[in-house]
Design a protein. Sequence first.
Length: 257
Amino acid sequence: MLKIDVLIDLFFTGENWGKRAEQIAACGYEYIETWQGADTAALKEMNSAGVKLISIVMNSFHHKETIPINPANQAAFVAHIDKMADSALAAGCTQGIVTAGQQVGGMSYHAQRTALVEALAAAAAKVSDRNFSLNLEPLNTEVDHAGYHLSSALDSVAIVKETGCKNLKVLYDIYHMTIMSGNQTEFLRHNLDWIGHFHIAAVPGRHEPEHGETNYPFLLQEIAKGGYQNFLGLEYIPLLPSRESLLQTARYLKSGV
């Protein structure tokens, strides 16, 4: 069964991590994820207040020293992913999001893509013995992330396939991929097996998913029909107060879950 989680970083922002987690649980949600990752104590605080932490962010696409599209970074990238996996696992979390990084000047797309495949394969192999999974995220380059290397969902799936790693899949953010390509239903029907995690938000604006052009209840029904049983994260910027927003979103998505 599809499971909904909340990106804790964007809700109840005036509170500490534990209080945020408590309030998310009080809204009826069982799972959270976070943009954090290095602070194990913070991860444990999130994971001890009535909700389960299911994903962290493993690396920043702004850190030039560890972006995996630069072949010179492979050892540093793998070491960083290894360290972040240990941090997540110490808090009971078994998966994380990997970003490709901003494009490297003077290096071809093909060279960067080759480096990405090799670095991901090495990182996934490094953490596989701990039953840790990675999800590679393409982002939109039209509105939010100009210069980001990976903006194609199809190429993301191809990259994951090329690594041959069973613990590596795609994080498919419907907000980002609506902006870049649309045609969500057909893509999902043909590629659902390669998706390990979803994110959603309204297009345009990245706010409550009810107030955009995307019919999320319909898409959730399609995702459920395809047999997907993992997580779908609410990664949107709320316009309403956090509690009201989360309750409204739960009602809106209910018909599709």
